[in-house]
Design a protein around this ligand. Structure first.
Ligand SMILES: [Zn+2]
Length: 257
């Protein structure tokens, strides 16, 4: 929508930066309320225990290396370029801009073949949300290192990132596959959805806050019979297990009778 709008280039740049900030916030690995309050200069002493991240923590991987690659690329290209160019350099792309600035001669050129463009973009957003990189809004969106990036560059801290950002492409395929619940599991799947609907109404929350469809599909396929087995299913965390586990186990138990 930003790209297709009638707005001038400066406005579009500003809108893209805002969109990035919002997407970055969607991808945080810590308590969402906490990061939101932090953004506005407030502090929360402990995790809220009530947001989607607290209720079902995302799987994370050690993103230290990939983060350091981005930070190095930003630094080596002189902190004068925006996300697109920095990622082009990392991925070793042969573009006019890369050649014009001789960036194909840099040591960081092409060191980022392990991720795809969208994934680099996501890592980059995280670094912005975490305050390690700043976007110079006056200067064409140039990325710049901040003080906060130092410990990571020095190897003093590590950086957890959401694993699902690595799976972005596969997830779509998995979702399509999940759309076909096995014929023999259809009834159970529907019963699980009914149960979710009831709980959603009782708790006055949208159904997906309880469990996503993908989680219910996996329940229908695996038919867990204990809390432990239920925890194995992606999307079920300790808190949700305590809150809703029994109800769903009950539905699964009834279906097998
Ligand atoms: Zn929280």
């Amino acid at each position: 929508m930003v790209d297709g709008s009638e707005a001038g280039e400066a406005r579009k740049r500003n809108d893209r930066a805002k969109l990035d900030a919002l997407l970055g916030w969607c991808e945080v690995t810590d308590c969402r309320r906490r990061s939101l309050l932090e953004y506005f200069g407030d502090e929360l002493e402990q995790d809220c225990g009530n947001c989607d991240v607290c209720l079902s923590p995302p799987e994370v991987f050690d993103g230290t290396e990939v983060a350091r690659k981005i930070l190095s690329a930003v630094y080596r290209t002189g902190q004068r370029f925006g996300a697109v160019h920095v990622i082009d350099v990392l991925m070793g792309k042969d573009t006019d801009k890369v050649r014009q600035h001789g960036h194909d001669e840099l040591g960081v050129f092409g060191i980022g073949a392990e991720l795809e463009q969208q994934q680099w973009r996501s890592v980059l957003r995280q670094l912005i949300v975490l305050g390690m990189l700043t976007v110079d809004s006056a200067g064409y969106g140039a990325l710049q290192l901040s003080q906060k990036s130092r410990p990571l560059l020095r190897g003093e801290t590590s950086l957890p990132l959401r694993r699902d950002l690595l799976l972005a492409r596969n997830a779509k395929a998995a979702k399509r596959k999940g759309a076909d619940v096995a014929v023999e599991d259809q009834d159970l799947f529907e019963a699980l959805r009914e149960c979710r609907k009831r709980l959603a109404v009782e708790n006055a929350v949208p159904p997906y806050v309880i469990f996503h469809d993908a989680t219910l599909m996996q329940m229908a396929a695996d038919k867990p019979t204990s809390g432990e087995a239920l925890l194995e299913i992606s999307g079920v965390g300790q808190k949700k297990l305590e809150r809703y586990g029994l109800m769903f186990l009950d539905v699964i138990g009834q279906a097998s009778r």
